[in-house]
Design a binder for this molecule. Structure first.
Ligand code: AKG
Length: 283
């Protein structure tokens, strides 16, 4: 990988790896993801206008690698994972979770936030690969990043889950204050990477077509649990605060010669709410 990509990532907190995948693969995964999301969400008959503001930003399905063998190939694709490892400067990565983020036609913007506070991982060696399955430009949910915001090591929980974020409060944050987001155009096969501390947002989808995106979140192997904030990636496996996060729910993602098997323990009834929404696998 070119050094300039690593320099860009270190400087700005995000980077685009152009043509990381073949256009034919993207077309294939578009169909696969479409079907996987349809299956997960088959009980959800709501129109966009009937959903919460958070859900109007995107349809979300997590850990598709567990119940969809084809998506598993993408989630553990070594071209993507190797790029993520090089950008973070680590030898080994684990998967935190994957997710489909389908911004529906007419879907609202994704409010500005950074991801690290949502995850109870102490070390901030975390990165997301954002893999669009259609070309992305200004009218279909384009991502924007606040350049350099990852350099401010303070994690700030932005509650995007309860609806529109107060812009004035957001603008007071040093990561965002006085800065403009840099929006990125992506072609089929391009993959965008952002650091867990990088503030980002996405524009609304003003087109007639949904914006299918698959993302994979990785963390450096050896990272530990920060606090007791609930998260299925650690709570399913009973990882305690301070312990190393190393279960089959978050298996090694790089380097691996083939994708791992799905976790041994099925998801328990404790998780029935996200399961019902299609957020997590049902079996
Ligand atoms: O896809 C989107 O609209 C937002 C993505 C995002 O926030 C993320 O991947 O961290």
């Amino acid at each position: 990988m070119e050094e300039s990509l690593i320099d860009h990532f270190n400087e700005k907190g995000f980077v685009i790896a152009e043509k990381l995948l073949e256009v034919s693969e993207i077309k294939h995964y578009r169909k696969v993801l479409d079907e996987a999301v349809r299956l997960r969400k088959q009980l959800d008959k709501r129109k966009l206008s009937e959903k919460t503001e958070y859900e109007q930003s995107f349809i979300q399905c997590q850990n598709l690698w567990e119940d969809n063998p084809e998506i598993r190939e993408l989630a553990f694709d070594q071209r993507i994972a190797a790029t993520a490892a090089k950008l973070l400067g680590v030898d080994r990565l684990r998967i935190w979770h994957d997710q489909a983020l389908v911004k529906e036609s007419g879907g609202r913007e994704t409010d500005a936030h950074h991801d690290q506070p949502y995850w109870p991982i102490k070390e901030s060696n975390t990165i997301t690969a954002w893999i669009p399955l259609v070309p992305i430009s200004e009218n279909n949910g384009q991502m924007g990043f606040f350049p350099g915001s990852h350099k401010i090591k303070e994690a700030k929980f932005i509650n995007i889950f309860q609806g529109k974020v107060d812009q004035q409060e957001l603008n007071k944050l040093p990561q965002v204050e006085g800065k403009e987001p840099e929006y990125v155009e992506l072609r089929e096969g391009d993959v965008s990477f952002h650091h867990g501390l990088t503030f980002h947002l996405a524009k609304p989808n003003k087109t007639k077509e949904d914006r299918p995106v698959f993302t994979v979140i990785y963390f450096a192997d050896g990272s530990t649990r920060r606090d007791d904030r609930f998260h299925f990636s650690v709570d399913r496996a009973g990882i305690g605060v301070g312990e190393i996060i190393d279960s089959d729910v978050t298996p090694l993602a790089f380097p691996v010669s083939s994708p791992p098997p799905r976790p041994k323990e099925p998801i328990s009834e404790k998780f029935v709410f996200p399961k019902a929404l299609g957020l997590l696998p049902t079996n």
